[in-house]
Structure formats: C-alpha cells, structure tokens
Ligand binder design. Structure first.
Ligand code: UDX
Length: 440
C-alpha cells in the first residue's frame, strides 16, 4: 500500500520504517531538513536501539523515502499517518494541537486520490471527530476520511512494540476506514495480534486511559514507598509480593524517581484539562494526585541526598549517573534524573553527570552542569553517587574498585537498581528510595 507518514520524530520515524518493513511503500515527510537528510542516510536523529539498522535495511529495498516536500509524500498515498507531536501548551495543562491541525490541512491540500487520514498522535478526546467534520466538508474533490489508530510504543523498545504490539485499535467512521486499516496491518493481524474496531472518541480514550493507568500504577507504588520510608518497610519486596497477584501484576510497579519523558506527564495533564472542558474534572481529579506523588519523588531524592552528605551541598561533589528519562533512550524531556541533578546544582553542589546516550541532549537543556564521558570520570573524588537512570552499565558497576575512586563511598540508588548488600559489603553507605528508613 502507498503510505505517507507525516512527522518523523520518535513515533513517525519508527512507524515509517516498520511500515516499510512489513512491505508497504512509504514516503515520510518532515519540515526539518537536517532530520530528513539524516534519516535518508539511515541515521536516526535520536537513539533508539536497532533503528539505524532497520532504516538501512528498508531504505535499501526502495520501499522507504524521506522528504521535506509535503506534496511528494502525500499526493499518491492512499493512507496518511499523522505522527506529529502534541506537546503541552505553554502556560497550560492542555495539549497543543497545532501540529496535528496543520498535518491534516497538508493532506487536504495535497491528496490526489481517495485516501484515509489516520491519526496516531495522542490527542484530547473529541479531536478526531472535529477533524472528520473538517475533512468531510473539504472541497478537495476526493473521498477523504479520518480514522484514529493510537500508538502505544515505548522508547527503547519502539520497533518491537510497533511490529508486535499488544493490540491494534481502529477508531473509524465507516467500513471503508476499517477495511483499509485491516489491510495495512494484515501481516501483524495474521500473527495473532488482537485488534478492536470502535468509534473515534473511544480510540482516543484508549490511549489516554492506558497512559493514565500506567502513571497511576507507578505513583501508587511510589506512594507506598513514601510510607515504607517512614515505617521502615521495603517497597521492593512489597512490589514483588503485590505482583504475584495476577489481578495486580508486577509490571510498572518499580518504585523510584517516578515517571518522566515526553508522554506520561503531559498526557495525564492534558487529560485533566480536557475533562475540565467536558465538565468532568472530578472524574480524573485523582490524576492531579498522581502527578503530585510523582513530583514529590524528585524532591525526596534531593532531600535524602542532602542528608547523606551532612545536610548541605556547599563544597560537595556529586556524581549523577543517568540523564535520560529512562534507560535505552537519549530523551531528556521531563527527565527525573536531570531534574534532581539540576536541583542539587542549584543548592550549591558540584554536579558531574554521566549518561551513555543522553549527554548531548542533557547538555543543551542544562548547560551549567558538568558532563563526563565515562562513569569513572563522573565519580572521581565525589562525596555521593546518585544512580538516577537504571542503565545496565550502572547496575554492573564494581563497588569494590569504585570505592577507591570516590572521596566518600555513599550511594543513593533512586531506581532500586543495584544489589544493596553487595555494595554495603564493599564498604559503601547505601540508601535506596523506598527501602526502609534513612538512618543518618
Ligand atoms: C509511555 C507508554 O508506556 C507508551 O505506551 C506510550 O505510547 C508512550 O508513553 P515511554 O514514555 O516510552 O512510554 O516510557 P515508559 O516505559 O512507559 O516509562 C515512562 C516513565 O515511567 C519512565 O520515566 C520510567 O522510568 C518510569 N517508570 C516506568 C517507573 O518509574 N516505574 C515503572 O515501573 C515503569
């Protein structure tokens, strides 16, 4: 099938490559020429495991092209995937829909045959119906129609999540839309992936409800961590014990610094804002609490760090291991790790940050912090090591050899990533968030 993909960020670049991988002819459009050039050369402008390899593979088949000319991507395609961002509006909790609106307008301007416009971006419920009204009344001359097919990919496992998703959701207004979506995903459906066809608002709700549930699950266990820290209980054992209950499940019950990134924080806020517009603020009032619990974890990490170094950061050297919002990503949007690093810096600590992939992005967001190329450099002569993003590289640090590197062997493990006993036996003072009372 001839497909256009509009927007080549994390979502669009991966989606375009995966659609070409399953046999479609894809032209992906972005206004950013540098991005288009990099992608055309098989280089993702961000870190996503195995994406460069996949890009090279599908570019060489001729089934994938990138362009910065909208008409080139759109005119012949029978399906247009809208993969642009919906960031938080400055000064508001609501989502900024200007990129989605302009992407749909581009399709209306350039479509040269009957085609389906498929939204993948996360949008407030009701957006797609509004767009459908615009599309249906457009004087374009061809049969154009909206559908919504929300994306659930996680950074770090984006290719796997796209090629082997847990489910496919088709929000449609007609059998024509449903049939085209079933055709485009036929190989994935044949693999046994469940799919559900529904109306436009339900499909939008599936995405925001899923992200709200995940955020709530993380904040639930972090709220339990707050109590564990006072009651001298252990949140890691608690998570395991809860997780054995099939009704609860172990996934997304990792207590720690909480959630960040370009999706969960902004999506729960936008959901709250939309519920307010719909006169239903109370229905999702709990999401405000979820957000607050999440942000309190960052403050807690900073206050524990201060206590570990004797109450004051002045004259203190701190290594922060991790800047990305989660491992296997170079994304620092709303990163809890960077937030904690910056807060300690503002309180007078000399902060040295290391991240295997996110150093460049972190430096552009917080240029006043010191960035190190190696973990060893970051940890040399420090009074405290804060493990803030659970990269595998940090889990496997040898505490024995690292002990001679630092000035004071103290570790704050904000992600419950290392073996506490092993580090303690190697002579370190270790505190892990949620794992009992802090005794100092
Ligand atoms: C999320 C959703 O999972 C995905 O379905 C949606 O399409 C986009 O948003 P992503 O932002 O890539 O994906 O990351 P995710 O793996 O969900 O992690 C989000 C944040 O939660 C990270 O900061 C992570 O460190 C944190 N997290 C996750 C926890 O603190 N504890 C957990 O148990 C799981």
């Amino acid at each position: 099938m001839k497909i256009s993909v509009i927007g080549t960020g994390y979502l669009g670049a991966v989606h375009a490559a995966c659609m070409a991988k399953i046999g479609h002819d894809v032209v992906a459009f972005d206004t950013n020429s540098a991005r288009v050039e990099a992608l055309s050369n098989g280089q993702a402008p961000f870190y996503e495991p195995a994406l460069d390899e996949l890009l090279s593979e599908v570019l060489s088949t001729g089934r994938l092209r990138f362009t910065n000319t909208a008409e080139d991507a759109i005119s012949d395609a029978v399906m247009h995937f809208i993969c642009v961002g919906t960031p938080q509006l400055p000064g508001s909790d609501a989502a900024d829909l200007k990129y989605v609106n302009s992407a749909v307008a581009l399709v209306l301007d350039h479509a040269n045959c009957d085609s389906l416009i498929v939204g993948k971006s996360t949008v407030p419920v009701g957006t797609a119906q509004g767009l459908q009204a615009t599309v249906a009344s457009s004087p374009n001359g061809y049969q154009l129609e909206m559908a919504w097919n929300p994306e659930f990919l996680r950074e770090g496992t984006a290719i796997e999540d796209t090629l082997h998703p847990d489910r496919l959701i088709f929000g449609v207004v007609s059998e024509y839309g449903e049939k085209l979506l079933m055709d485009v995903y036929s190989s994935i459906i044949e693999d046994g992936v469940p799919y559900l066809t529904t109306n436009l608002p339900t499909s939008e709700m599936v995405k925001v409800a899923a992200n709200s549930f995940l955020a709530t699950k993380i904040s639930f266990i972090n709220a339990m961590a707050e109590i564990c820290e006072i009651a001298d209980a252990d949140v890691v054992t608690l998570s395991r014990a809860l997780g054995y209950d099939d009704r609860i499940g172990r996934r997304f019950l990792n207590a720690g610094l909480g959630f960040g990134g370009g999706c969960l924080p902004k999506d729960i806020r936008a959901f709250g804002a939309r519920a307010g517009e719909l006169g239903a603020s109370d229905a999702v009032g709990f999401l405000r609490e979820v957000d607050k619990i999440n942000m309190r974890r960052r403050e807690k990490a900073v206050s524990v760090a201060a206590r570990l170094v004797g109450g004051n950061f002045l004259g203190v050297n701190v290594a922060v291991l991790g800047a990305a919002f989660k491992p296997n990503s170079d994304d620092v949007r709303d990163s809890p790790a960077l937030n904690v690093a910056a807060a300690m810096h503002l309180k007078g600590a000399s902060v040295r940050v290391h991240d295997p992939k996110a150093g460049v992005n972190a430096r552009s967001q917080f240029p006043t912090l010191t960035y190190c190329d190696t973990v060893t450099d970051a940890c040399a002569n420090v009074d405290l090591v804060v493990l803030a993003t659970e990269w595998e590289e940090y889990r496997t640090i040898d505490p024995v050899s690292f002990r001679s590197l630092v000035r004071n062997p103290r570790l704050l493990d904000t992600r419950n990533a290392v073996d506490r006993e092993y580090w303690t036996n190697a002579g370190w003072q270790v505190y892990a968030l949620g794992r009992g009372a802090l005794k100092c």
